[in-house]
Design a protein around this ligand. Structure first.
Ligand code: NAP
Length: 240
């Protein structure tokens, strides 16, 4: 893989962190975004440095346009372009549908869906001038099959998959590929309270996924040249 400038949102923990590590170790220029977990982001940067890989870390709440603009400005000023955007940052909330308040709804949509709209819109203009680009959105199995007690989360993730397809059609002739990865259940902080034993029974491969399962697919999507507008499901066969 040629060296690329790759911005990953939500890279301080979980799936985003693994993606950052994997792509940095391939020799890419990685910019790892974080919001609240500064210590973890610094630790990631130092860990990679020990192995000889330099990455940038950048604090930004991706649900806020002004902060996103500052982050993109930083990348453009430093590297002159963004080859790959990985929209990974996201939050979850488990609540009965009847208990979801307007604030809950808006918070999930703002953090999970608006953030993807905003980061992609602020980035894609630079991809257009390069006539090349790759956007990878991390959605979820729940955007495909729906998650009980996670209606707002499911809506936000289905919205991402819709955006992926619409953008792929709009920007295909500009040589910009946009795809989603829809993970099943992956072993991260997000699933701390999940009843794993109960869920396992629904998964044909009988186990949770690892963050590396998603990172490998991200790497493949960056290298590939003929895949766009797809939602790639990585879920141990949970949805088929
Ligand atoms: P995680 O371990 O909870 O990590 C979430 C990451 O997102 C953190 O690095 C967090 O950064 C960042 N983040 C959240 N809100 C942000 C904001 N407003 N601005 C910037 N960064 C923000 O979650 P994960 O399991 O790795 O999930 C990553 C993505 O995969 C999410 O979009 C999630 O919906 C999706 N997903 C996960 C699973 C799963 O089973 N784990 C399944 C399907 C889809 P800070 O801590 O620095 O704030």
């Amino acid at each position: 893989m040629h060296k690329k400038v790759i911005l990953i949102t939500g890279a301080s923990r979980g799936i985003g962190r693994e993606i950052a590590k994997t792509l940095a170790k391939e020799g890419n220029r990685v910019i790892a975004n974080y919001n609240q977990s500064e210590e973890k982001a610094i630790q990631l940067q130092n860990e990679l440095k020990e192995f000889g890989y330099e990455i940038d870390i950048f604090k930004c709440d991706v649900s806020k346009r002004e902060e996103v603009k500052k982050m993109i400005d930083f990348v453009i000023k430093k590297y002159g372009k963004i080859d790959v955007l990985v929209n990974n940052a996201g939050i979850d909330q488990v609540k009965l549908f009847t208990d979801i308040s307007d604030d809950d709804w808006n918070n999930i949509i703002q953090n999970n869906l608006y953030s993807v709209f905003c980061c992609t819109q602020e980035t894609i203009k630079y991809m257009l001038s390069e006539k090349s680009g790759c956007v990878i959105n991390i959605s979820s199995i729940f955007g495909r099959i729906g998650g009980a007690c996670e209606v707002h989360y499911s809506v936000s993730k289905a919205g991402i998959d819709g955006m992926t397809k619409a953008l792929a059609k709009e920007f295909g002739l500009s040589n910009i590929r946009i795809n989603s990865i829809a993970p099943g259940i992956i072993d991260t902080d997000m699933n701390q309270n999940v009843n794993y034993e109960e869920m396992k029974a629904e998964i044909p491969l009988g186990k949770m996924g690892k963050t590396m399962d998603i990172a490998k697919c991200v790497k493949w999507l960056i290298e590939d040249e003929y895949t766009t507008g797809q939602v790639i499901e990585i879920n141990g066969g949970w949805n088929m």
